[in-house]
Every structure is written in C-alpha cells, then in structure tokens.
Design a protein around this ligand. Structure first.
Ligand code: PAP
Length: 359
C-alpha cells in the first residue's frame, strides 16, 4: 500500500524500467525526443564551471545548472501545465525544503491523517510531494501529475526568473512559498550534502574550494543571492502570491510561522484547531528531532529519477542555526557578510549578517 495515496509522485514503474508502455501523443513524443538535442546545443554555447555534484555546471540566464536539472527545466517549459491553485515550495538548496515539505503536506492533509499514525512516519518528507525539477522527467514522455489532488503541491529549486510565465507572471494565480536561510549556513549545509551525493568518480570537493565557488556565485541553482533576491522582489510585488519565509524565523517561532504558512495556503487553522493543539502537533511531527529519528529517515532512500537516489538520512544533518561558526574563519565570515550586504543593499531584506560589536 502506498503511504501517500494523494500527493505521492506515483512513479510509473515501466518508465523507471525504461519500458515505454504508456500511449503518447505523437507531437509530445517528438518534442521529448528533441529535449536532448536542445540541451546539447545549449550546453555547447554556455559558460561552464566546476560542479559541486557533477563534473560541470552551466550558466543559463544568470543561474548555474547541472545538465540533469537543465533538462528538467526545458521539460517544464515545454510540458508543464500549471493549474490555477497549484502551490510551489521554492528554495535555494539546503535552505529548508525538507522541513517545509513536511509542514505543507501535514497542513494540507491534516483532516485526513491521524498524527499518531501519519504517512510521514513511513515515507521521507521528499516523498510527500514531487520535486518538479527532476520528477517532470520520471514518467514517459513527461510526468503529467494529473493524479495529484488539489491543490497540487510541488517543490522546486529553480530561480524565479527561470520558471515559465505560466507559473510566475502576476496574472498567474499559482502560489509560491519561498524559504531562505542565512547564506553561511546554506553554504556549510550544501558543501556537506554535495560531497555525499557527489559522483564517486570525482575527487571530494574541498571546503576552501566550495567556499570560493559559493562566494563567486558558482553553485547549482545559484548564485545564492540572486536566487533569494528574485523571489524576494516578486514577493514584495505580489505578497498574496509569494510567501517569503526564513529558516531562522521558523526555528525561533515555528508555531507562528506555521500559522502564517497555513493562512497563505488558504487553509488557516480554526480557533477549535488551535485550542485543540493541532498547530503544535504539526510542529512536533515535522521537527528535526522527530523526523530525523524515524526509521524511514535513518534507512530509506528517495528516488528523484532513475539516476539520482539520495538516502533520506542525508537530508538531516544538524538542523541548527549558526553552524557556520564551526567552519568559517573571521576573514571568511567577513567576506560573505560583505557580499550579502552589498547584494541586498536597498532591497529591504536582511539576511544573516553578523553584527560585530567592538568593545
Ligand atoms: P534540499 O535542498 O536537499 O532539499 P533542505 O531540506 O532544503 O535540502 O536542507 C537541508 C537542511 O535542513 C539541513 O541543514 P544542516 O545541514 O544545516 O543540518 C537539514 O539538517 C535541515 N533540516 C532537515 N529537516 C529539518 C527539520 N525538520 N527542521 C529543521 N531543519 C531541518
């Protein structure tokens, strides 16, 4: 029995095995066949740099992408048909997707499941709803996601400017929940994670090198700052369409942030639910301590596509604010803070710049 009868990505088994049994529209098939060709010709013209997971990443419209997710982006532009009430969880890598995914799933489905016997106990949060970037290419010719209940929930790491207008234009009614994190913690988390999933044929990525690449903006889905600013500006223009959250605020006040999230999703908690402790139940269910100690998250595996499989345990490391202090020298901290201050200047957004008080 599937643990997620509703929001699960429902990977077509024959697609994973490479057997194409699903009847497909001829035109769609043709465009799909062209995706590789399109990707290859684009990659040949784009600036490339060292990847954190794969050998190379490519600069497309100001953002660095690995070839795998680049193909996903092309497929999204060609094939993905957003529905008016879709909700997208967007974030730069390692800024809180796992946590938010669990919270959004638990909130949207709180009337269906018992907290004592919840699907999140049996499947890692990444199984709760699809990662659009990779799962668009799981079924053949592309995943249609038609079976998902409304509102459909998706996660994406793509920058706001890279997504199709059908999703992001002000006239579109799709909603985005964006979660950002202080850049120094995002760097540390990403460096750890990418070394875990890095191709075994490649030498490990040394921390100093990752630091330099990050500061130069060279990392999958980055530059970090432009990613954050893209969603921040869009959220300022359309606050009803984009909810901008910070990992640090969520750590500090999870219940208050969850109520904000539920209201934005159009699923506000009722007074009776609040009195009955539903908010706290969801916060507890989705907490780092609870999720990281579940058997499924100690031993299970998340399949993103036929090539990318990640052990659930790799999505849980420390779950803390300020771990960068264990890695960065004062000089390194100063450089990242200064980049952050420069990039965010006049944006109205502040993010993790450490104020040093001189005695
Ligand atoms: P992704 O980009 O691969 O989806 P994402 O979930 O966004 O990863 O980020 C992982 C970070 O969130 C990890 O941070 P760390 O490396 O600094 O520890 C992970 O530990 C943290 N994390 C995962 N689940 C939770 C949670 N329930 N509460 C708080 N932090 C969490």
């Amino acid at each position: 029995m599937s643990t997620f009868p509703d929001q699960n990505m429902s990977v077509h088994p024959s697609a994973v095995n490479g057997e194409k049994q699903i009847p497909v529209d001829e035109e769609e098939q043709q465009v799909y066949n062209n995706l590789d060709e399109k990707l290859d010709s684009l990659l040949a013209t784009l600036p490339k740099a060292k990847g954190w997971r794969s050998p190379n990443i490519f600069l497309h419209k100001g953002f660095w992408l690995s070839p795998t997710v680049f193909k996903g982006l092309l497929a999204i532009h060609e094939y993905f048909h957003p529905q008016p009430i879709d909700i997208f969880l967007a974030a730069f890598m390692k800024c809180g997707t796992t946590w938010l995914r669990a919270l959004m799933f638990a909130t949207a489905n709180r009337h269906r499941y018992n907290f004592s016997d919840h699907p999140l106990h049996r499947t890692g949060p990444h199984g709760a709803f699809p990662s659009l970037d990779t799962q668009i290419l799981v079924d053949f010719p592309v995943t249609k996601f038609d079976h998902l209940p409304s509102p459909r929930l998706f996660a994406t790491h793509f920058a706001h400017d890279l997504l199709p207008n059908s999703m992001t234009a002000p006239r579109s009614t799709c909603k985005f929940v964006y979660v950002c994190r202080e850049p120094k913690d995002a760097l540390i988390s990403k460096w750890h994670f990418m070394n875990k999933v890095r191709s075994k044929e490649l030498a490990p990525l040394l921390f100093n090198e990752a630091y330099e690449l990050f500061c130069d903006g060279v990392s999958e889905y980055g530059p970090f700052w432009e990613h954050v600013l893209g969603y921040w500006k869009a959220s300022q223009e359309s606050p009803d369409k984009i909810l901008f959250l910070k990992y640090e605020d969520m750590k500090r006040e999870p219940s208050a942030e969850l109520k904000k999230l539920a209201a934005f999703m159009g699923m506000s908690f009722t007074a009776a639910e609040e009195e009955g402790g539903v908010v706290e139940e969801i916060v507890k269910l989705c907490s780092f301590e609870n999720l990281s100690n579940l058997e499924v998250n100690k031993g299970g595996v998340q399949k993103f596509n036929t090539q990318l499989k990640v052990e659930n345990r790799d999505f849980f490391r420390k779950g803390k604010v300020g771990d960068w202090k264990n890695y960065l020298t004062e000089e390194m901290r100063e450089r990242i803070d200064s980049i952050t201050e420069t990039k965010l200047k006049d944006s109205g957004l502040s993010l993790g710049v450490t104020k040093i008080t001189l005695s």
